[in-house]
Design a protein around this ligand. Structure first.
Ligand code: HEM
Length: 96
């Protein structure tokens, strides 16, 4: 889907910013979480369907789960489920 850069730099930076925004959204909500709504709108212009945001957050959660292995406790699982639900609702509510 990436057009402007053939390499992984934009993708890596996008992933880092997405994780940063998710952590802020799950915690202090001090500012960088607002990037999610901004990027939903800018990605409309790239032709990125909004439903891919939820799938992207889900893939990040699944990857963290694989990395944590046995440290993925029921509490961690419930916290991630809650976060993914809240992110879904943020995406649904985002203005066009
Ligand atoms: C919180 C989630 C996301 C963040 C923070 C984010 C951030 C970014 C940023 C900063 C860029 C560089 C261009 C710009 O400044 O707008 C970018 C480009 C891009 N993103 Fe995302 N992104 C997110 C989610 C997604 C998702 C879910 C997809 C699709 C599965 C996606 C696909 C793309 C593509 C295809 C480009 C490059 C567009 C082009 O090459 O013209 N992004 N993203």
């Amino acid at each position: 889907m990436f057009r402007r850069e053939a390499g992984d730099l934009v993708k890596g930076s996008m992933l880092a910013m997405a994780i940063h925004a998710m952590i802020d959204f799950a915690g202090d909500r001090s500012g960088s979480f607002r990037m999610i709504e901004c990027e939903i709108q800018s990605h409309d212009a790239y032709g990125t369907p909004r439903k891919l945001f939820g799938e992207f957050f889900g893939v990040i959660a699944q990857t963290v789960r694989e990395i944590l292995g046995n440290d993925w406790s029921p509490e961690v699982d419930e916290a991630w489920r809650k976060l993914l639900r809240e992110l879904d609702s943020l995406v649904t509510r985002a203005e066009s």
